[in-house]
Design a protein around this ligand. Sequence first.
Ligand code: GRF
Length: 216
Amino acid sequence: MAKLKVGILISGRGSNMTALIGAAKAADYPAEIAVVVSNVSDAAGLDIAKAAGVAAVAIPHKGFPDRESFDKAVSAELERRGVQLVVLAGFLRIFSPWFPQRWRDRLINIHPSLLPSFKGLHVQQQAIDAGARISGCTVHFVTADLDAGPIIAQAAVPVLPDDTADILAARILRQEHRLYPMVVRWFAEARIGVKDGRVSVSGVPPAATLLFSAEP
Ligand code: GRF
């Protein structure tokens, strides 16, 4: 069967992108990375993608008069590559409402907290400051509302008393690298459905959409 063509949008180091490229190397993985696009020309992830033989393109947002014209240029690049699913992986640019509408139900993000807790930036510090005992990451569909689209899957980790934001971020990131390739696989296998803002994943055990890791 033809593999699902995935486009990944990044702005930085691209460790989630690297995890996805790694997963897609397996012959039986049902998705392939068609292109990586960055709004930051010198994003480290672009070089990593190229070194892995993946098409990587910089589209600096500074060259555009407004958000929507940048979004349309990114979208045109994705279309040119035949992309069927857009995966945000540390993409630090807020879209105009046009983009999530254009890619409705085919645009996903990973966020380093257990949504709906701790939206926005510095979310690991937010979790520590709140005294949360558990945090984690969430893969969700992207809508026009920031960090608020339907939740697909989550991974939970402990928040330990001596954690700094960096220590907690690293613990969460290890789970991001497990969770994201799993969700992209389900999407490629057409298992993911959205109804009334809630996601169901068919053909996997109900608990498969929630990972736990107790490792410090
Ligand atoms: C991750 O923490 C992800 O959850 C957030 O941005 C970060 C991206 O890291 N959306 P990387 O570029 O994938 O290493």
